[in-house]
Ligand binder design. Structure first.
Ligand code: ZN
Length: 330
């Protein structure tokens, strides 16, 4: 309780609260003190002081003093417990899912450099350029620390659970995963988590994965490279290809399909060339559907057994990939 209360008070400093309540104050001298009319008793000469360093008030007129919670008790005539509930509600950030996901993405991004195993995994997957990693906002979920971070900012466990960030036991849902935020414009709409221990499957949070990855950035391009995985996307981005997007799987949802068809363009389908041919089969089917909508398509043929990610991991470079684009089949 004591610790939570401290966090609450940090989140909403006394002076900020008073100003929200239209308290007018001026600095009292050069220190951290402000003075104004006392909101707790009628007066004409200011005798209500707030010390912003200590986060406390004192009124020389009525003799009342204390912290934010004390002020709420006195000004609203509430019990300690009621004041606490009032303060919790008052200082809770509005529950906008995109804002929470944004906070989670930022948190994960900040973790990445602290976990050598995560950086090592990225290197294995051909991602080594810190600038590209930062531009794509790639992060790491070590597990076990997101919940604490977000609840300290006032987000309720209930909300975090609804968004799938924590599970029904209250634990972080993403554990030892590389995280890619998926955005629509500026808004984070989902997080993709790729386990760095191959045993666990990759996954999104529940809810829509959105349209094509970073679509706004390529929407105007007359030629667009479409890949099926975010690591494919990331290595191409790192190699300098900017007209790339990703469908996160070979099966496009209606929204993603419509996006590709929204104006005339050429789509370079760069799906996996796997042994059972499923990637290429999916590419062919998609090409047919796109052509039926008047969209030109090319099928990029990577060497056998490769996807764009493994192509770059095994030494392929931008020039070689460019040659594959030029040789793509209509
Ligand atoms: Zn007073």
């Amino acid at each position: 309780m004591g610790e939570d209360l401290e966090k609450l008070k940090q989140r909403l400093p006394l002076l900020d609260y008073l100003r929200q309540q239209n308290w007018v104050a001026r600095p009292a001298g050069h220190g951290p003190e402000f003075v104004g009319l006392c909101p707790l008793h009628p007066e004409t000469r200011p005798s209500f002081y707030v010390n912003t360093r200590k986060n406390l008030f004192y009124c020389h007129g009525c003799g009342q003093g204390g912290d934010l919670l004390r002020f709420i008790q006195l000004s609203r005539q509430l019990s300690f417990r009621q004041s606490l509930a009032y303060l919790e509600q008052h200082s809770a950030p509005p529950a906008d899912p995109a804002a929470v996901l944004e906070q989670a993405a930022t948190f994960y991004q900040q973790q990445l450099d602290g976990y050598p195993e995560a950086l090592q995994y990225l290197k294995q997957r051909g991602l080594y350029d810190p600038a590209a990693i930062q531009e794509l906002r790639i992060g790491y979920a070590p597990g076990g620390s997101l919940r604490r971070h977000l609840t300290a900012q006032g987000y309720s466990c209930d909300l975090l659970q609804r968004l799938g960030l924590i599970n029904s036991q209250g634990c972080d849902a993403f554990y030892r995963r590389i995280i890619f935020p998926c955005c629509e414009g500026e808004r984070v709409v989902n997080l993709y988590g790729r386990s760095i221990t191959a045993a666990v499957a990759h996954r999104f949070l529940p809810g829509s994965k959105g349209g094509l990855y970073a679509w706004e950035q390529v929407q105007q391009c007359p030629q667009v490279i479409l890949v099926e995985g975010l690591f494919d996307y990331a290595v191409l981005w790192q190699a300098g290809f900017r007209h790339v997007t990703c469908s996160s799987g070979t099966h496009l949802n209606t929204r993603q399909f419509r996006q590709l068809c929204d104006c005339p363009r050429t789509v370079y389908l760069t799906f996996d060339v796997d042994a059972n041919g499923s990637g290429q089969q999916a590419a062919q089917q998609l090409a047919q559907r796109l052509r039926a909508q008047g969209i030109a398509t090319r099928r990029v043929l990577l060497p056998d057994g490769h996807d764009p990610n493994s192509f770059f991991v095994q030494g392929g470079d931008a020039r070689q990939f460019q040659a594959l684009l030029e040789a793509a089949l209509p």
